[in-house]
Design a protein around this ligand. Structure first.
Ligand code: AKB
Length: 326
């Protein structure tokens, strides 16, 4: 049985991953680590222990690890790409300083560490289509710089100190539970909210902007499965490409229109997000993850769209029948 600390447990991934980990390992064995400005509420607060853990405070991480006899840390603290461009110093302090603190505590107290990387770890010189696992990265954003640094630091701690560090490069994550904040791929979540609310969607990226995306249940499963995987099969550790679907704004819009025929979208470009998206891959090659720990996605664009529409309508109390394709 694992004793897990999730740092950043109230964020977009953390709020759902903490609940999934509690389902698997038991509520009392998974600590929700949060900062006071993002305190847990409802089920997240009630289903297990919660502790204030600011990732920039190494002493506090060590205290919580000792108190709860933690053996595995999920480090989900980060600023997303567009916000990080506005606050590069804070992005570094959290993404790199915070990871360094976490790895040091893990080294001293013998914890395994999961830290997500991202498609944002790639840059303009990366091959954009079917981006290989091992290729040039050289990102153009501070977010990407922190992610590449994190991948290398995590590999260093594994090689040099034997810390069990593992990671995946997440695509844009789509979910109906906790909205993302400040990412470049957020449009692919926002578009579903507009569709169920009957609003015209203002798309910040131009047609033809392809990026990898993934439905949250697949992403959560990846985070659990990689930490459960047999490390003797690993050739890589930090960080594995994982993929399930790649689309541009037109493709997702037309998919939603199969279920919401009156849905309207207009383009209102955000130059910062467009520049970031243009520097990221169109699609990743996830062969290594498939071979080294049997990664396999379950959702495609159609099954994700159906599930998103059903669940967002429930969330907003909108009565309609199960969406049917035209
Ligand atoms: C972002 O857009 O910043 C994130 C990511 C792809 O890492 N969703």
């Amino acid at each position: 049985m694992k004793n897990i600390l999730v740092i950043g447990a109230t964020g977009q991934i953390g709020s759902e991953l903490t609940m999934k980990l509690r389902d698997i390992y038991g509520g009392s064995n998974v600590v929700c680590g949060y900062i006071p400005s993002a305190a847990p509420k409802g089920e997240l607060l009630e289903s297990g222990p919660a502790e204030i853990v600011d990732i920039t405070d190494a002493k506090r991480i060590a205290e919580v690890v000792d108190t709860h006899k933690i053996d595995t840390i999920y480090n989900l603290a980060a600023l997303l790409s567009a916000v990080a461009e506005a606050k590069p110093q804070l992005a570094w302090a959290i993404g790199v300083g915070g990871l360094f603190n976490t790895l040091e505590v893990a080294r001293e107290k013998n914890c395994a560490v999961f830290t997500p990387s991202s498609i944002g770890s790639f840059g303009p010189d990366t091959p954009h289509v079917k981006t290989p696992q091992d290729t040039i990265q050289r990102p153009a954003t501070i977010y990407g710089v922190t992610k590449v640094t994190g991948e290398m630091l995590s590999d260093y701690y594994a090689r040099r100190f034997g810390v069990d560090t593992r990671s995946v490069r997440f695509p844009g994550l789509i979910s109906y539970t906790t909205p993302p904040g400040g990412g470049t791929t957020d449009y692919a979540v926002d578009i579903y909210y507009s569709a169920v609310k009957g609003e015209t969607f203002k798309c910040p990226l131009k047609p033809g902007t392809f990026m990898d995306m993934m439905y949250m249940p697949d992403a959560l499963r990846a985070a659990v499965e990689i930490m459960e995987a047999d490390p003797s099969r690993f050739i890589h550790r930090n960080s594995f490409n994982i993929a399930s679907m790649s689309f541009d704004p037109e493709i997702i819009y037309n998919k939603i229109r199969e279920y919401v025929p009156d849905f309207k979208m207009v383009y209102e470009l955000d130059p910062l997000r467009q520049k970031i998206a243009d520097s990221w891959p169109d699609s990743l090659d996830d062969t290594c993850a498939r071979m080294e720990w049997d990664w396999k996605p379950e959702f495609d664009l159609d099954s994700m769209t159906r599930d998103m529409l059903v669940n967002l309508r429930k969330k907003f109390g909108i009565e309609v029948n199960e969406p049917q394709a035209r």
